[in-house]
Write a protein that binds this ligand. Structure first.
Ligand code: AMP
Ligand code: ZN
Length: 472
């Protein structure tokens, strides 16, 4: 089975084929760095990491670009109005806007490492790409897709026939439904700013459009994608709220500029909800990575909790779900430790492991169906617990776990504990305990068992009268 992806542009699953053989050009809408990135954002970014890892698993070289929006993202995205989010935060904190974006961008990159994300090829900042934006805007103006009013430049949505193809929004309906007090400068209420002028804006550039300008949020992504990946890209991702207006506008600008299709596949992550509702500052449930670590969870438990659900299904975050994910990981850690001790046994269970591997790969190839892929690992765990997997089967199962971990990035596969010497000591204690048990010296058997317990070792008696052990 080849990789199938649900393309939110065509609204169906399609076989994935990149423009150039063996190479994938992927652009992920990244964070607007006006505050600490929250776990909802991480659902979108971890999905991008998962997608990249799966593409690499399938043998592609992935050129991954995840931008950092450090200017131009307005508080009222829909109306294309409001205050710049970075500047609003700068005013609240009473510091320079550049300080705001530097601080939160730094935290975002640190969190990415904590959460086990592979480093993107580049994390471009919007403010470093103003010349590339100006180049596109000037060209759009020349070709009649954009117009100036004073020092502002707008994109003329009626000039782009396919406007609305991604989101399903029709220009006429946008007109009728416009809830904004009409910006008199715009020819059509749905026209959006490519460049804005405001002498009070703190981050501003002196360009051909005037001395006090700053870019619109949408043109930033079009320009950064083009600067780092070229005129056409394979995959563009973002959260579901990016579909409109952000991605609809990106398509219009980029395609009006190049005359070519911009992105071949659009993939959107459904929103993460918290306690069944929206995350919001007023409810005090806008959690970030530190909040999770402070409650004693490992970062990988969060990573697993956010990746375990299918990305096109809504996901509801609760602390119980995080605890459940941590327990599920313990189960998989335990599976690995058991397998490590079974590789020297008599060969058994190779067929079951091969079936689990096929199920895992087929599920991932089916539009990254992680829940199904993970279920295959738990089915395998059941078979291992029943003693059906030994020797070559155990080795194959370990290989499958390593393959799964390269994609999921959450497993611990190293032998636990202090290595061969400590293992030998524990083997000796387990043997002593078994000897005591066989001699019906229950007090001694219990004493040794307690000692093992204190060292974090759990002994399990097996059906054949022997016993096995693992570290808690
Ligand atoms: P922003 O920082 O607002 O530009 O958002 C960065 C990315 O996170 C975008 O792709 C958003 O669509 C995504 N995002 C924001 N909130 C959530 C959420 N609750 N669940 C999933 N993705 C989100
Ligand atoms: Zn974007």
């Amino acid at each position: 089975m080849s990789f199938q992806v649900y393309n939110s542009f065509s609204k169906k699953k399609e076989p994935f084929e990149p423009l150039s053989e063996g190479v994938v050009r992927m652009y992920n809408c990244g964070p607007t760095v006006y505050s600490r990135v929250h776990i909802g954002n991480w659902r979108a970014f971890l999905f991008a990491d998962l997608l990249r890892r799966w593409l690499e698993h399938e043998g592609y070289e992935v050129r991954q670009v995840m931008n950092i929006t450090d200017v131009g993202h307005l508080t009222d995205e829909m109306a294309d109005e409001g205050e710049d989010k970075i500047e609003a935060q700068a005013r609240r904190e009473g510091v320079d806007p550049w300080k705001i974006s530097e601080t939160y961008a730094g935290q975002f990159l640190a969190d990415a490492v904590t959460l086990g994300c592979k480093e993107a090829m580049v994390y471009p900042r919007a403010s470093d790409h103003v010349p590339q934006m100006v180049e596109m805007i000037e060209a759009l103006e020349k070709s009649g897709h954009a117009y100036r009013t004073g020092e502002n430049v707008y994109f003329d949505v009626t000039s782009f026939e396919n406007y609305g193809a991604l989101s399903g929004n029709k220009i006429d309906e946008l007109d009728a439904g416009a809830r904004i007090e009409v910006n008199e400068e715009k020819r059509h209420p749905a026209d959006f700013a490519l460049w804005k002028s405001d002498e009070h804006h703190l981050q501003k550039w002196d360009t051909v459009f005037g001395p006090h300008g700053f870019p619109g949020w949408h043109i930033e992504c079009s320009a950064m994608a083009r600067a780092h990946l070229g005129d056409q890209i394979d995959i563009h991702t973002g959260g579901e709220d990016n579909v409109f207006p952000h991605h609809e506008c990106e398509i219009a600008q980029s395609e009006a500029f190049t005359g070519e299709q911009f992105a071949r596949y659009w993939m959107h992550t459904k929103f993460l909800q918290v306690d069944g509702g929206k995350m919001s500052k007023s409810l005090g449930n806008v959690w970030n990575v530190d909040d999770v670590l402070e409650r004693g969870y490992e970062a990988r438990a969060l990573r697993f909790a956010l990746l375990r659900g299918h990305y096109r299904q809504p996901l509801n975050f609760t602390w119980d779900i995080l605890a459940e994910s941590a327990r599920a990981l313990e189960g998989l850690d335990d599976l690995a430790q058991r397998l490590l001790r079974k590789v020297d046994g008599e060969d058994a269970g190779e067929e079951e492991v091969a079936a689990a591997a096929t199920e895992f790969r087929d599920s991932m190839n089916d539009d990254l169906n992680v829940p199904k892929a993970v279920a295959a690992l738990f089915t395998l765990r059941g078979e291992v617990l029943e003693g059906a997997v030994e020797g070559a089967g155990a080795q194959a199962a370990l290989d499958l776990l390593a393959e799964a971990d390269a994609v999921l990035g959450v497993l611990e596969l190293e032998p636990a504990g202090g290595g061969a010497e400590e293992d030998a000591e524990i083997d000796a204690l387990v043997a002593a305990r078994n000897a005591a048990r066989d001699a019906k010296d229950w007090a001694e058997a219990d004493r040794v068992r307690d000692e093992l317990n204190a060292r974090g070792i759990v002994v399990e008696d097996t059906a054949d009268g022997g016993s096995s052990w693992f570290r808690k």
